[in-house]
Design a protein around this ligand. Sequence first.
Ligand SMILES: Cc1ncnc2c1ncn2[C@@H]1O[C@H](/C=C/CNC(=O)c2cc(-c3ccc(F)cc3)cc(O)c2O)[C@@H](O)[C@H]1O
Ligand SMILES: [Mg+2]
Length: 214
Amino acid sequence: TQSTRPQRLLSAVQKNATRGDPCSVVRAIDDFCRHKEWAMNVGDEKGCILDSVVSEMNPAAVLELGTYCGYSTVRIARLLPPDAKFITLEFNPGFAAIARQVIAWAGLEEKVQLVEGASGDWIPKIKEQFGIKTFDLVFLDHWKDRYLPDTKLMEECGLLRKGSVLLADNVICPGTPDYLEYIRSSPKYESRYFKSHLEYTKVEDGLEKSIFLG
Ligand SMILES: Cc1ncnc2c1ncn2[C@@H]1O[C@H](/C=C/CNC(=O)c2cc(-c3ccc(F)cc3)cc(O)c2O)[C@@H](O)[C@H]1O
Ligand SMILES: [Mg+2]
C-alpha cells in the first residue's frame, strides 16, 4: 500500500533523528521538507520566531490549534518549563497518529497532551477537562478560515487573560484576511507582524503576534 507524506516524514525522523533529542527531530523534518518533500510545517525560519516568542514568555499554559505532524509541537514543547501544560488539538486521526510518534521520538510525550478532535468542539471544554484557567500562549496553525471563529470562541470561553499572546502562522500565505482585519482593528488586541517566508521557500509569509488586552 502507498505511504502518505506524513508517514514518510515520520520514517525520516526515525531514520535520521536521535531518540530523545528534540533538536535532531526538528532538523530531520526540516531536511526532509527542504530536500525531499515539502510539507506544511511552520519550518525553520518562522520556527526561530516561534522559539523566541515561547522563550520570552516562558508560558505555563500553551494551546496549539492544528498539530499536523507535530513539528511545531516539538519546537514549542522542548522550550517549556517542567510543569507547563501544553495542549495541541488535531482532528485528523491519521495526522494525530503520526504526530504522537514524532513527539514520542523527541522524548516529549510527557510534556504534550495531544487531543483528537475539532477545535470548535474542544475549546469550550478545555477549562473543565484539563483544569486550565487561561492560556498564556496560543499558536494558530490549523485551517485558515478557523482562526477568527476560534479566537472569538476563546474570548467567549474566558480562555484569554490580559497579556495572553496569540501567534498566528500563514497570515500572508495562504493568508487569513478576516482574522487579520479583526485582530488588527480590535481595541482588545495589540498586534505586530513578523515578516518571514513560507516554510522552505522564498515566498513571503509571516507570523502575527497579538497580545490580548482584556
Ligand atoms: C478545526 C480544526 N480542529 C482541529 N484540527 C484541525 C482543524 N482544522 C484543521 N486541523 C488540522 O490542522 C492541520 C491543518 C493545517 C492547515 N494549514 C495549511 O493549510 C497551511 C498551508 C500552507 C500552504 C502554503 C502555500 C501553499 F502553496 C500550500 C500550502 C502553509 C502552511 O504553513 C499551512 O499551515 C491539519 O493537521 C488538520 O487536520
Ligand atoms: Mg502553517
